[in-house]
Ligand binder design. Structure first.
Ligand code: SIN
Length: 278
């Protein structure tokens, strides 16, 4: 059992902390596990450096937080269906995750968090942005908070993972997903009370939220556009510069993220494991 002495350094005002002093490929003692879990809840996204994670070790670490998701539209790694390989080749134009979103909000039971490990990073560019939707919610007026408190929103993967979608390049066919009962529209509260911390956060995102429940898309657009623009305000964000071996673990219940596509002609190779609610 690895005995560790964690260091925690915040990286921005709204969210994000870098954790040092732990090797995630080793079995973790309960104290270390609890400290990592607390940092995850306190900071919403946590970062680690110089981690050498095999696919098995990546999954073992992720399983400490809940069951693992198998993505309904993206083929998993050979032999490891729970691991998504996120690869942009030098000749690729589109990148995966290149827009603000929270992972898997299009499912009936959205994921709690995602753990991304960098295997190969470009010499420059390829950072990931994160935005705290808890901080975004807290900055709203009392009046808008009141309005949102009664609203639910409809989420779906159909736009993002359709043939023309940003993330369509390595998807399973929608027909297969529909046959498996995974495609469709799901309603979630527009403001989510975090089940572990009780902190409220906006729970709509530009990639997967289509409209408010009971409203038309046209009626929903002005308010959704406002929330999408508000939610990405600089004050609610942090930015992570990847190195080979870096790991980011973010809370999909209160954080959006955005993979920058600013490294033409270079290769970037990441692996993601997504954690479902228990
Ligand atoms: C994702 O959206 O999960 C990808 C994030 C990244 O590659 O930085």
């Amino acid at each position: 059992m690895a005995k560790t002495n964690l260091s925690i350094r915040r990286v921005a005002g709204a969210l994000g902390a870098e954790i040092g002093g732990v090797d995630l490929s080793e079995p973790l003692d309960n104290g270390t596990q609890d400290a990592i879990h607390k940092a995850f809840l306190d900071h919403q996204v946590i970062f680690f450096r110089e981690q050498d994670l095999s696919p098995e070790a990546h999954k073992t670490f992720a399983r400490r937080f809940g069951p693992l998701n198998v993505h309904p539209y993206v083929r998993g790694m050979d032999g490891h269906p729970e691991i998504m390989e996120i690869i942009k080749e030098p000749e690729d134009k589109l990148n995966f995750g290149g827009g603000w979103h929270s992972d898997m909000s299009f499912l009936a039971k959205p994921s709690i968090g995602s753990i991304l490990h960098a295997l190969e990073v470009p010499e420059f560019g390829g950072d990931t942005l994160f935005a705290s939707q808890a901080a975004a919610y807290e900055a709203l007026s009392h009046g808008l908070k009141e309005t949102l408190s009664g609203l639910r929103a409809i989420h779906s993967a159909n736009r993002e993972y359709s043939a023309k979608g940003q993330s369509a390049h390595d998807r399973k066919s929608m027909q297969v997903a529909e046959a498996e009962g995974l495609a469709g529209e799901y309603s979630h509260p527009a403001v989510l009370t975090h089940p572990e911390t009780g902190r409220k956060a906006l729970y709509v995102n530009p990639a997967f939220t289509l409209r408010f429940d009971g409203w038309t898309a046209r009626e929903s657009k002005p308010l959704l556009d406002y929330l999408f623009s508000h939610g990405r305000s600089e004050a609610f964000t942090c930015r992570f510069r990847w190195e080979k071996g870096s790991v980011a673990f973010w809370d999909n219940r209160s954080v959006w993220h955005y993979a920058l596509n600013d490294y033409p002609g270079q290769r970037r190779h990441m692996r993601r494991v997504t954690v479902d609610p228990a």
